[in-house]
Design a protein. Structure first.
Length: 408
């Protein structure tokens, strides 16, 4: 870490320098955000997005490794030659949603992370830090960060930072754990008029299972969510469907409480299969996501920096609560992590909507990119310039990140 006296005196001018660097790069960062927005790519297909970010970082002097962890659209860009300074990772997401494009605003996340990395790199050497900008694909169900954790991408990381766009400036969302799986029902085809008794209706099995889950919803915790869609349900009405497929998301407050809820949901779905005389197979869609534990000391640093920029953060409350799931939760159980929200849209605009996608390339979103990039970079400076700050971050992680419960 940077020496106490030198680090403490370097903090203020270093923060000024990173703020100036974000301002200098403003046109580039907004352009990146808009280019990603105009060319949305689904999970694990983000070749344009990851390439654009990696190329930009490499052109600015980062040592860039593409296709890390066996994921073609993941990358790791590093800066800083210190062998012992804190390694701070800034996380970029850039996958989009089917049919909605950037209805979750990941173009904002990517551009803000890029800006924070470019700015922090200008002071990484004098502050004896280590910087890592990680391109993390497939947040929307593919679990890119989970795979990257398992394959060593976070092994040397001391703290991880990212932001997410929303309709409010907030310290953190209520991130709950999630399991996703695909259920395939197999029945027996028959002519629906001539000999329906010879058939076993797989669509009936799926519908009965859906209704069983609908009844279950009355008896789950307020922090739990279950939702599903039918992706296959037969070919023609006069053929008894011999195959039906549904996709289900099951969410609970923590990884610990997720398992029993998932078991209850599967029991309800199996009841539908049994009632219709069909077989049922279950396969995960992607890795399970954990709840999020925001590191209190790290969050306090970011919150102060955001407020200094004229963007104070609210705490989650009755009118400001945002509930979601993200693979950043898994990161938060591995290293000290924050995931604050940055306002890009009016309060009545919902995430995962066409309207939010439009706001994700608005002037408000452009300003959010620059403010978030600056606040992130200033927080990185705090960690490099103050050994005490990094000590508090590590202490807070040791006290909270046991994976047993969500953040308060």
């Amino acid at each position: 870490m940077a020496g106490g006296g030198e680090g403490s005196t370097a903090g203020l001018p270093a923060k000024q320098r990173v703020a100036e660097e974000v301002a200098r790069s403003a046109e580039l960062l907004v352009d990146v955000s808009h280019r990603l927005h105009d060319r949305p790519e689904l999970l694990f297909e983000e070749h344009f997005a990851s390439g654009l970010l990696a190329d930009t970082l490499e052109a600015s002097g980062f040592d860039v490794e593409r296709g890390v962890c066996g994921l073609p659209t993941a990358f790791a860009a590093s800066a800083g030659s210190s062998p012992w300074g804190p390694c701070v990772a800034v996380l970029c997401e850039y996958d989009a949603l089917p049919g909605l494009g950037h209805g979750c605003g990941h173009n904002v996340i990517a551009a803000a992370g890029l800006g924070a990395g470019l700015a922090a790199a200008t002071v990484v050497e004098p502050l004896a830090g280590r910087l890592l900008v990680l391109g993390t694909p497939a947040e929307e169900g593919g679990g890119g960060k989970v795979l990257m954790i398992e394959r060593g991408a976070f092994d040397q990381v001391d703290a991880a930072l990212m932001v997410h766009p929303a309709a409010v400036d907030l310290t953190e969302p209520d991130v709950i754990a999630i399991a996703t799986f695909r259920v395939t029902y197999s029945g027996r085809a028959a002519h629906a008029a001539a000999a329906p008794w010879r058939g076993r209706n797989a669509l009936d099995a799926a519908v009965l299972g859906y209704n069983a889950v609908a009844a279950l919803r009355q008896h789950i915790e307020p922090t739990e969510r279950v939702h599903g869609v039918f992706s296959e349900g037969g070919e023609k009405p006069n053929i008894v469907p011999d195959r039906a497929v549904a996709e289900w998301y099951v969410r609970s407050a923590s990884s610990t409480t997720l398992a029993p809820l998932k078991a209850r949901v599967l029991a309800a779905l199996e009841a539908g299969a049994a009632a219709a005389g069909c077989a049922m197979e279950v396969a995960p869609i992607g890795p399970e996501y954990s709840h999020l534990i925001s590191n209190p000391a790290l969050l306090a640093l970011y919150r102060a920096n955001s407020a200094e920029l004229g963007r104070p953060l609210d705490e989650p409350g009755a009118t400001t609560r945002v509930m979601a799931s993200t693979d950043a939760g898994n990161v938060s159980l591995r290293v000290p992590t924050i995931h604050p929200l940055v306002k890009v849209a009016p309060a009545d605009v919902a995430l995962h909507s066409a309207e939010f996608a439009r706001w994700s390339a608005s002037p408000d979103a452009d300003r959010a990119v620059l403010d978030a990039a600056t606040a992130l970079a200033m927080t990185v400076v705090d960690l490099w310039a103050s050994p005490e700050a990094m000590t508090e971050v590590r202490a807070g992680f040791g006290a909270a990140a046991d994976g047993s419960a969500p953040a308060a």
